[in-house]
Design a protein around this ligand. Structure first.
Ligand SMILES: Nc1ncnc2c1ncn2[C@@H]1O[C@H](COP(=O)(O)OP(=O)(O)OP(=O)(O)O)[C@@H](O)[C@H]1O
Length: 593
């Protein structure tokens, strides 16, 4: 696959060099330059749509912001192409980041509506703010493209655009194949799981919006210089739709898809001109036909086909990884204490003054009948729910007010009652997402592939490989997670949680849905995890497993702690027997038998 990408970039470079040599006239060259500008927008938008899974239908608004900023900076302040475009990127990037804010509350179609509204507002402001934008007449007299005061010839400007598209495609490719790209894909597939692995979902979404906005801003500024004239009717809602179509048609999330999409949608109207009044009909029909035949977009579908025809190895060599014990060696197990933890949902008290103490290094089981408040307890200590009263301390640190990803970064990792895997990522990638909080290379490091980035990525891969060996999944490392059998999915979730290098691991009903043999294997694994120096809080219904592994058992009933002691003592506690069986006649032992 790597060789294929190298070939793709070589081909793109060759096309960009050859086109100006072969183009017959200025009109042809100008059209190709328009494609380069649209390509830059599409490549940036792909980060938002393809990686982060968010739809923006306001990209023309950001394109316009970039165009007006670039034009105004050039006309009024005499800035050259580069400085004006940097200004355009900053202005559009700031608006893009602000546009990410609504995504905290609204997603999907609602977010798309917010972006449409944004595009309409920009269009309207461009019309009404006459003193700045020239209103409906627009801005003319934009100076020709120049660098440091020297005018750029048509070919020199072409070179700037071609290099920009090439570098934007390369940067987006590098971003995708870094911890940031994995985090974006993770947030798109399961935000809940991503947050529990230390990924700030809002930050990642803001980054994606800002990247898409900045590229649109730069493209807008280039457009203003190319056209020498801009007016509001150049940046309409239908342009936003076209930009989105470029990404989807070419193949969202693929490296070259948006470039191919931009090319097709720049040239298609030209080609279809011969159909005269049927031009729009032909345009729509062709798009429909392509999307129906190639639902993953052109390059997306070709990529899937290639993977099917030439499948790589299914697994990885277990010996290649870093042993789990080495990965987790530098931390100490953490203790956890809750004081009078109370959680109310309206009139219902799900947890009532629950005080639990998990000692560092122990395996602590939390049990209770259905509806006793176990999941509420787990969701509260991991930051998903806010307590109505009381508090949680992780090794003495008060967790009040700390967000889910912040708590994860303090060393608390968790699995989920209903597994929350990143289904469209491979098993190995799932575990690598768990290493996100330990990357120190930063965004520039990821885009430039610095030596530090290469070193840390290799270490992350080695850690993930070692953890897959630890949970026995090396043989399926390159499979997509959604194709794993249920038992393997549970193990993968544990490996992924361990990749955060936790000090306390919360296992939420890990035996649910497992076969007897798988439960026996789970028992061994829980002991091994504790042996690595990780405290374990185990929420379970399966009494055999609890009695076999737990050092301490806490029992919840109607949201209250009714017992907390060694397993044998709890087993004989009359209150526990009463809670479970409604009378003193039965004992937990019987269920275990
Ligand atoms: N988000 C919520 N909104 C409203 N009520 C909730 C919510 N989550 C839990 N509850 C209620 O709180 C009580 C405790 O539920 P919880 O899921 O914590 O119990 P549990 O011990 O985990 O049960 P189970 O073993 O069935 O998973 C239940 O009455 C449940 O209906």
């Amino acid at each position: 696959m790597k060789a294929l990408y190298t070939l793709g970039f070589a081909l793109l470079a060759a096309i960009l060099v050859v086109v100006p040599l072969t183009s017959g006239n200025e009109y042809e060259l100008r059209l190709f330059m328009l494609f380069l500008i649209y390509g830059v927008i599409a490549v940036g938008l792909n980060v938002l749509v393809g990686l982060t899974g968010l739809v923006s239908l306001g990209q023309a608004g950001l394109f316009a912001l970039g165009a007006y900023t670039g034009a105004i900076l050039a006309i009024r302040f005499n800035l050259d192409l580069v400085l004006a475009s940097i200004g355009a990127a900053v202005v559009a990037g700031l608006f893009g980041a602000a546009l990410a804010y609504p995504s905290v509350r609204v997603r999907g179609v609602y977010l798309a509506v917010v972006t449409i509204a944004f595009g309409l507002i920009v269009e309207n402001v461009a019309i009404e703010w006459q003193s700045l934008t020239g209103g409906t007449t627009g801005l003319s007299g934009i100076p020709g493209p120049n660098l440091f005061g020297y005018p750029l010839s048509g070919y020199a400007f072409y070179a700037v655009l071609a290099v920009t598209l090439f570098l934007a495609t390369l940067a987006a490719h590098n971003l995708k194949h870094s911890g940031y790209g994995r985090a974006m894909l993770a947030v798109a597939q399961s935000e809940t799981a991503a947050r529990s692995l230390g990924i700030g979902a809002t930050g990642i979404r803001t980054l994606a919006f800002a990247v898409a906005a900045m590229t649109a801003g730069i493209a807008g500024s280039f457009y203003a210089f190319l056209n020498a004239y801009i007016s509001p009717d150049i940046f309409t809602f239908s342009d936003s739709v076209r930009f989105l179509l470029m990404v989807i048609l070419g193949g969202a999330a693929s490296t070259f898809g948006p470039v191919v999409g931009a090319f097709i949608l720049t040239y298609l109207p030209e080609v279809l001109q011969r159909f005269a009044e049927w031009q729009k009909f032909a345009y729509g029909a062709l798009l429909l036909a392509v999307m129906f035949g190639l639902p993953g977009g052109i390059l997306g579908t070709l990529g899937q086909l290639y993977a099917r025809l030439r499948p790589g190895p299914r697994g990885v060599e277990p010996g290649q990884g870093m042993p789990a014990a080495e990965l987790l060696a530098s931390r100490k197990p953490a203790g956890l204490e809750t004081h009078g933890l109370t959680v109310r949902f309206g009139g219902l008290t799900a947890l009532s003054a629950a005080s639990v103490r998990v000692a560092p290094g122990e395996i602590h089981a939390l049990i209770g009948p259905n509806g006793a408040g176990k999941s509420t307890f787990v969701n509260t200590i991991s930051g998903f729910y806010r307590p109505s009263k009381g508090g949680v301390h992780l090794d003495g640190t008060d967790l009040a007010g700390i967000k889910v990803h912040g708590i994860a970064r303090l060393g608390l990792a968790r699995t989920f009652q209903n597994t929350e895997l990143f289904g469209q990522m491979t098993v190995l990638e799932n575990v690598m997402v768990g290493g996100f909080a330990h990357h120190g290379y930063g965004l520039p490091g990821a885009i430039l592939r610095t030596p530090r980035f290469r070193r840390e990525e290799a270490a992350c891969r080695a850690a993930a490989t070692g953890l897959l060996d630890f949970v026995g999944l090396s043989a399926v490392a390159n499979e997509q997670a959604r194709f794993l059998p249920f038992g393997h999915q549970r193990r993968l979730e544990i490996a992924r949680a361990l990749a955060t290098r936790p000090r306390l691991l919360l296992l939420d009903e890990p035996a649910a849905g497992l076969t007897t043999q798988e439960i026996d294997e789970l028992e061994v694994m829980i002991r091994k995890i504790a042996g690595l120096g990780v405290s374990v809080l185990l929420i379970e219904h399966h009494v055999d497993l609890i009695m076999a592994v737990a050092d301490t058992v806490t029992v919840l009933d109607y949201g209250q702690v009714i017992a907390s002691d060694r397993p044998e003592t709890v087993q004989a506690d009359p209150r526990v027997i009463e809670a479970y069986f409604g009378g003193p006649s039965a004992i937990l032992n019987e269920e275990a038998a």
